[in-house]
Ligand binder design. Structure first.
Ligand SMILES: Cc1cc2nc3c(=O)[nH]c(=O)nc-3n(C[C@H](O)[C@H](O)[C@H](O)COP(=O)(O)OP(=O)(O)OC[C@H]3O[C@@H](n4cnc5c(N)ncnc54)[C@H](O)[C@@H]3O)c2cc1C
Length: 469
């Protein structure tokens, strides 16, 4: 078992991003140890919306069915609602993309699943996949030599070829490396998330929602639905965590709730900050360690999951000796602009959310949700189409994730299933209508179009050249 061997990669942090990193690396056959200082997974629901692109990554890992099944309680809870209290709230019409989307965008639907339900599922899957997952184990320090990283634990040390710092927004590893962050910093005032249980199923029946804006002057905030019945989070503006939460919640709900039980209170502050460098030597930052952003575009965890999907195949290729170490530099070149874009868009969404007026210059939401962001430099062969666009117009451009088309009548195999964990050559024509007959697309293991051309032999040569840097 991998637990007995020296790991190739040490992952620090057992949140959504660290656990996904372990799964991606195991998918590529890499021996991995994950250390997490907490005894258990997240006690707070926090993230709840997982985008199509994340579900495509879970699909590749064989986990999409499991995640959708765990999310079934909130299937159909896509609406927003608003009112003076929950009792008076009405559902708002469902958001539809402006102008519609001409073709089916993804083989996977997005899903609503609370972080405290998803993390245990990923932890179990990582163990099942052969990762050495150690909760209750903090990294106390580390050093890098020419060919390894040595991590210091309480009673032992771990040597690995590479280290992934998925240790969250206050990343001690990022600080130890002296990596600074850029961005707007704190946005708006402090907030408090109050996680509580109460049986509200009868109150919301027929008005099921994802988020309900509460306008009561004594209890303004937003009520997020965690399981559609018992579990709820009330997001309250202000930094005071010591308020009489049961009475404030009863005001916001507008109904007697005899079984109301406040489980935990989490202060948080919306911030937009992105690390100036995503790597230093053999250490790579991922997730909140690399970028923090306001939660209103639901992109923090989703962006972190895409980080490690990008990093995983590159580390595997270098560890197997199939790629030169220079390939690892493309992680910063690709993911830093992607992180900045997600954080900046999330920050601007916060502003338009606060002003109550949509900002027409914002990117189409699917650019974030369906992998529409375009890499302009990295492990790709630019062809002049790399002009990042705010429209969502998947066309198989170099540097974007391949557009989804079903390749069979049974709608079982998508163009996204062709690559990962391997490279693939996708011929154009027929169902692949975004490329002409005779054209081929070279797909990387993370489903990104690396090159477009006309010959499979050329595609193989391009792949080898990209791997050798
Ligand atoms: C209210 C709210 C709503 C949100 N909604 C969404 C959403 O809908 N969609 C979305 O995508 N994102 C959302 N987010 C953001 C999302 O929660 C974060 O982006 C995500 O959890 C970050 O995951 P992570 O694994 O990078 O970091 P974390 O979850 O912070 O995990 C880092 C882990 O590292 C561990 N650690 C730290 N130092 C050490 C050490 N030295 N040794 C060992 N372990 C260590 C910590 O204990 C922690 O468990 C939301 C955030 C908030 C606050």
């Amino acid at each position: 078992m991998s637990g007995q061997r020296t790991p190739d990669v040490l992952i620090v942090g057992g949140g959504l991003v660290g656990l996904t990193a372990a799964l991606v690396l195991r998918h590529h056959g890499v021996c991995v140890t994950l250390v997490e200082r907490r005894a258990g997974t997240s006690p707070q629901p926090k993230a709840r919306r997982f985008h199509m692109r994340t579900m495509e990554i879970f699909r590749e890992l064989g986990l999409a069915g499991l995640v959708h099944a765990a999310a079934r309680d909130l299937a159909g809870h896509d609406h927003m609602a608003a009112g003076r209290t929950l009792a008076e709230a009405e559902r708002l019409p469902l958001w539809q993309p402006a102008g519609g989307i001409a073709v089916e965008v993804s083989p996977e639907l997005p899903c609503l699943l609370a972080q405290d339900s998803l993390e245990p599922l990923l932890r179990a899957a990582a163990v099942e996949a052969g990762a050495d997952v150690r909760f209750g184990t903090g990294l106390l320090g580390f050093e890098q030599t020419g060919d390894e990283v040595i991590g210091r634990l309480e009673h032992a040390e771990i040597r690995a070829r590479y280290l992934i710092a998925a240790d969250g927004a206050r990343s001690g590893i990022r600080e130890a490396l002296g990596i600074t962050r850029a961005g707007s910093g704190a946005l708006g005032g402090p907030n408090v998330n109050v996680y509580f249980t109460a049986d509200l199923a009868d109150v919301v029946r027929g008005r099921e929602f994802n988020l309900c804006q509460i306008d009561h002057p004594d209890a303004p905030g937003a009520l997020a639905c965690v399981d559609g019945r018992h579990r709820w989070v009330f997001m309250s503006p202000g930094g005071d965590t010591e308020r009489d939460w049961p009475s404030l919640l009863r005001t916001a709900l507008g109904v007697p709730v005899p079984d109301l039980d406040v489980r935990s209170v989490l202060p948080w502050q919306a911030e937009m900050l992105v690390a100036e460098r995503y790597s230093a030597g053999r250490v790579f930052l991922a997730g909140d360690a690399a970028h923090v952003m306001p939660p209103y575009a639901a992109s923090g965890a989703n962006t972190g999951i895409a980080d490690v999907h990008n990093l995983g195949w590159k580390l595997a290729a270098v560890l197997r000796g199939q790629a030169a170490p220079g390939l690892l530099d493309t992680y910063h070149a690709e993911r830093r602009p992607a992180g900045w874009f997600a954080a900046e868009q999330s920050a601007r969404r916060t502003e338009s959310f606060r002003l109550g007026a949509p900002d027409p210059t914002l990117a189409h939401p699917y650019v974030l949700a369906a992998g529409g962001f375009q890499y302009t430099a990295g492990a790709i062969v630019p062809d002049g189409s790399e002009e990042p666009t705010l429209d969502f117009a998947p066309a198989g451009r170099v540097g974007t994730r391949v557009p989804h088309r079903w390749l069979d009548d049974g709608r079982a195999v998508s163009t996204l299933d062709v690559a990962g964990p391997r490279w693939a050559v996708l011929p154009g024509g027929g169902r692949v209508d975004f490329a002409g007959p005779g054209e081929v697309l070279l797909l990387r293991p993370d489903h990104v179009v690396a090159w477009r051309g006309t010959g499979a032999d050329d595609a193989a040569r391009v792949r080898d050249a990209l791997l050798q840097g």
